[in-house]
Design a protein around this ligand. Structure first.
Ligand code: BGC
Length: 367
């Protein structure tokens, strides 16, 4: 079968022939790939950045945002049957720590986890894939046009879920509301795919959403945000340190830019008792100078939480499927507009390297 592979640490990316995987245990599921999304991590990998081949291999098959259809199941599989749609998760646990042993490899303590398509395990840019049922999340057929958004939505779901749990625990003596986000002001920095997924999830939970980016207001991404009832803030017109004056302080900040300097500056817009979750992974090593005393003084005197969030557990994937279904019902045009380009796998080079302003999610088609 065909697959897209890189030589990690280089810009060498090519279509290769590999053996089609077969079921080898009763708890395995074989999936025919439909689509695999491209994200910032893939683009970093193909430009020689963060990526590791499986042990003993020179090449790594890339791709971690998959969606496909079940073609074969082992005798012990109960979750899905042939013809169902599904998504395999990204991370595989180290099997050494408590988190990984309890199905939370997204919180791995040792760092010895692998990630399909990223770190030490082949990914999903291939015609077929086989893996264990425990890593599979079933996706309803109604979602087949947007099922490939499950993984990016799961990343947003985890960041939001963790933030909610923390806030609810901190305020338990005086705030018994089940959904802390209801009516809260949420600032999303960076309305690319992850930021927009967060916008859907936050609007579904009743938050007031302000999305910030550096594109013109009349372009696609701000327009999707507005379809959900969100507001757009042009980051080129407002200094980061003035955001609170323009929009008011945010109870919740969801960061999805991966720009280190902005990540730190954004703290200025956070309200008393607010929570700020960062999901962007900055690359490079450009030094920045920080007014450390001001930042830390504010964090302490305002009881603020600064949280990092990466990857997602199966629970967050399930939340993601639920949020995609709810978004499709409430804002069908907006959610369908997220996939801006479908590129046949033979044109992988274009999918990986071309970038245009109105691009949100580019997916590689394998069917
Ligand atoms: C993926 C995550 C992964 C992270 C770190 C992101 O692009 O969506 O699943 O854990 O990269 O490798």
């Amino acid at each position: 079968m065909k697959a897209i592979a890189i030589v990690p640490g280089t810009t060498d990316v090519s279509l290769i022939d590999v053996q089609e995987p077969q079921l080898s245990a009763p708890d395995e599921v074989k999936i025919r790939m439909w689509q695999v999304g491209i994200c910032g991590t893939d683009r970093e990998e193909v430009s020689g950045g963060r990526a590791d081949a499986p042990e003993g291999q020179q090449k790594l098959i890339i791709g971690h945002e998959m969606f496909g259809q079940v073609v074969e199941v082992g005798s012990a599989v109960t979750k899905v049957k042939e013809g169902d749609f599904g998504v395999f998760m990204v991370r595989r646990g180290c099997n050494q720590c408590e988190a990984c042993r309890n199905g939370r490899s997204d919180m791995c303590f040792t760092g010895n986890y692998t990630e399909r398509g990223i770190k030490g395990a082949d990914g999903y840019q291939a015609e077929f894939v086989v893996d264990k049922e425990q890593y599979l999340v079933k996706v309803l057929p109604e979602l087949k046009n947007i099922g490939v958004l499950t993984e990016p939505m799961s990343v947003a779901a985890k960041a939001i879920d963790e933030s909610l749990i923390i806030q609810q625990a901190r305020f338990r003596d005086f705030d018994k509301t089940e959904n802390w986000l209801q009516g809260k002001k949420a600032l999303i920095a960076g309305i690319g795919p992850i930021g927009l997924m967060a916008a859907f999830a936050l609007r579904l939970r009743g938050a007031e959403v302000i999305g910030m980016d550096i594109v013109d207001e009349n372009t696609l991404r701000p327009s999707i945000l507005k379809q959900l009832g969100g507001k757009y803030l042009d980051g080129r017109k407002t200094k980061t340190t003035d955001i609170d004056e323009v929009c008011g302080e945010a109870d919740f900040i969801f960061e999805a830019t991966g720009i280190a300097k902005l990540q730190i500056q954004l703290l200025d817009a956070l309200a008393i008792n607010g929570i700020y979750v960062a999901t962007g992974i900055p690359a490079g090593d450009r030094p920045i100078s920080v007014e450390a005393a001001t930042v830390m003084q504010q964090l302490v005197l305002k009881n603020q939480v600064l949280l990092g969030s990466v990857n997602a557990s199966i629970h967050h994937y399930e939340m993601a499927v639920g949020d995609l279904a709810a978004s499709l019902e409430k804002w069908p045009d907006a959610i369908n507009a997220i996939i801006t380009e479908k590129v046949p796998f033979k044109d992988f080079d274009r999918a990986l390297h071309q970038h245009n302003e109105d691009e949100i999610k580019v997916v590689v088609e394998w069917q």
